[in-house]
Write a protein of this length. Structure first.
Length: 303
């Protein structure tokens, strides 16, 4: 076996030991069905989230260049990989290091990969948890049906100014009558987000009926479909929120240990690996509860 082929096999072996399914000299296709020959691909399922890492193995006598990093980055983007790793036992040029640092490309060697792969996998597990949390929010939205309610033009306009921020206000200022036009306001409501808009409006004092403005735009609000327990769904999303702010937030992970409540249980994590394990456990419980609510909603529709 040639040295470079042995290098690919040893690289694949390290990732296989971490639970990845690896293929040496794999072929992947990009968005336009362009084929790419990849030295090593590594795949793994993390609680229903598929991970794909692609690795290029450069057994050269000289350091890896920036152009080699750029080539791998283009492949990562085109095939939709979660991470690209560039292997070298001869180091990396300074330009390659600077370029890779900002582009989700890991520059490493066999020894470094063996030492740091567990940390990289932990990062992947945490990212998978973030995706699962977003999916729970999508599932919550799928259990909502729209209703209509009229709000007040005064509150609507002022709230839009706050929610859009400076950039949004500057963008809207270039449109004719951006604040007075009900049509423009309705478009803005969709842009800002109905839930966020309604949450803000609910915090404002109500006006007497005589002060309501019939020309104010309709704000879409929502309610849960029949069969769904709103309290249960809100409890699920509170758990998701607590995970997001106290466990999955990179800032929180830099302030270990982490103590965080979910429901009546107080969890603690003393390392990112512990945090990932707890997040996976909690998300599994929340997903099971969400599935129960989805089943109830389906049963209610079938009655």
């Amino acid at each position: 076996m040639s040295q470079w082929r042995d290098y690919e096999q040893r690289t694949a072996g390290l990732l296989t030991d971490l639970g990845f399914s690896t293929t040496v000299q794999d072929t992947l296709h990009g968005a336009d069905d362009v084929p790419y020959k990849i030295d090593v691909t590594a795949r793994r399922q993390l609680a229903g989230v598929s991970l794909l890492w692609i690795l290029e193995c450069k057994l050269h006598s000289s350091p890896v260049t920036r152009d080699m990093v750029n080539t791998l980055k283009a492949k990562v983007d085109d095939v939709g990989a979660d991470r690209g790793l560039l292997m070298s036992e001869s180091g990396f040029q300074s330009g390659a290091i600077r370029y890779a640092r900002r582009r989700n490309i890991t520059l490493t060697s066999l020894d470094d990969l063996a030492a740091n792969a567990i940390d990289d996998l932990t990062d992947a597990r945490l990212n998978a948890c973030r995706i699962r949390a977003l999916r729970l929010e999508e599932r919550r939205r799928a259990l909502l049906v729209p209703t209509m309610q009229i709000q007040f033009a005064r509150d609507t306009v002022e709230t839009l100014r706050v929610l859009l921020g400076e950039d949004g206000r500057a963008k809207m200022a270039r449109r004719p009558d951006p604040w007075e036009s009900p049509v423009a306001q309705a478009q803005l409501l969709e842009l800002v987000g109905i839930d966020q808009m309604n949450s803000f409006l609910e915090s404002l004092p109500s006006l007497p009926k005589t002060d309501q403005d019939p020309s104010a735009p309709l704000v879409i609000s929502s309610k849960f479909v029949p069969g769904v327990d709103a309290h249960t769904i809100n409890t699920i999303m509170m758990g998701v929120s607590q995970l997001g702010s106290m466990v999955l937030d990179p800032v929180a992970l830099g302030q270990l240990p982490i103590y965080f409540p979910v429901g009546d249980v107080l969890y603690e994590a003393w390392s990112p690996r512990q945090a990932a394990a707890i997040a996976e456990q909690v998300l599994t419980e929340l997903e099971t509860t969400m599935q129960d609510e989805e089943t109830r909603a389906a049963d209610a529709v079938g009655r």
